[in-house]
Design a binder for this molecule. Structure first.
Ligand code: FMN
Length: 228
């Protein structure tokens, strides 16, 4: 099948893109409005994009009514009416349902935190709060908001520079290696489907991987974490 995206409907483009680009990590973004009201929402158009400066990006879609989502309003630079910052918390198995609950469209200024049983904790470097229950939080200053298209279905890429990291002590060793089995992040597969990140295998980089037998050797770290 050959497809020209320009000849598809908006919903079809979305379905194709999000059905194929999987699994997508989920940014659980907390922000604060200029008048001090907290907001929390998940975004799976999300990734880590640079380590120096340490940077993250997520994309906010424009809904059918053309308004800006609350997260975008709050994360915009002060010159554009926001506080110029946001916190990326992680989506983990322990609160997967509560994370999905935070996608509820509430009126601007009404907080999803309380709705889903989360509490805000003060950040160190930015005005937006972090989520106390999140095992990791990246405090970010908004460096760019890049427009992709206009009107419903268009996106606003929000790029942030990480200025502070909060991570639970038991998740990293002294060399800052993350215990991913313990972190237990979840990913988005498409629509309302998600995946765990527990099934892991290791591959050496380059041609050495072609000689492996069995082809998908079990990850030693994951096996140990399972107690195998
Ligand atoms: C797992 C998950 C991922 C989502 N990813 C995105 C996304 O990447 N971009 C987006 O605009 N909305 C996304 N949404 C929908 C928003 O979370 C939803 O519109 C939310 O109400 C926005 O909140 P806000 O208006 O408080 O910013 C996602 C929802 C879920 C459940």
């Amino acid at each position: 099948m050959e497809l020209n995206p320009d000849e598809l409907g908006a919903a079809e483009r979305y379905k194709l893109l999000t059905g194929v680009v999987t699994p997508r990590p989920i940014a659980f973004v907390s922000t604060r409005s200029p008048d001090g009201r907290d907001n929390l929402a998940p975004f799976s158009f999300f990734n880590a994009v640079c380590s120096t400066p340490m940077s993250l990006v997520f994309s906010v879609g424009t809904p059918a009514d053309g308004r800006d989502k609350d997260t975008l309003v709050n994360a915009r630079p002060p010159a554009e009416g926001g506080l110029g910052c946001f916190v990326v918390n992680v989506a983990v198995e322990a609160y997967a349902r509560q994370m999905a609950a935070c996608a509820e469209e509430l009126p601007y200024g009404e907080s999803e935190l309380a709705l889903a049983g989360f509490t805000a904790a003060p950040s160190r470097r930015v005005a937006a709060p972090r989520v106390r229950q999140s095992p990791v939080s990246f405090e970010c200053e908004t460096t760019h908001v890049v427009a992709l298209g206009e009107g419903p279905g268009s996106g606003r890429l929000v790029i942030g520079r990480v200025v502070h990291v909060w991570i639970r002590d038991d998740l990293v060793d002294e060399r800052l290696r993350v215990d991913q089995a313990k972190l237990a992040t979840i990913g988005r597969i498409g629509g309302e489907r998600y995946c765990r990140t527990r099934e892991v295998f290791s591959l050496p980089r380059g041609v050495a991987s072609l000689a492996l037998d069995p082809p998908f050797p079990e990850d030693v770290g994951a096996a140990l974490a399972r107690g195998a």
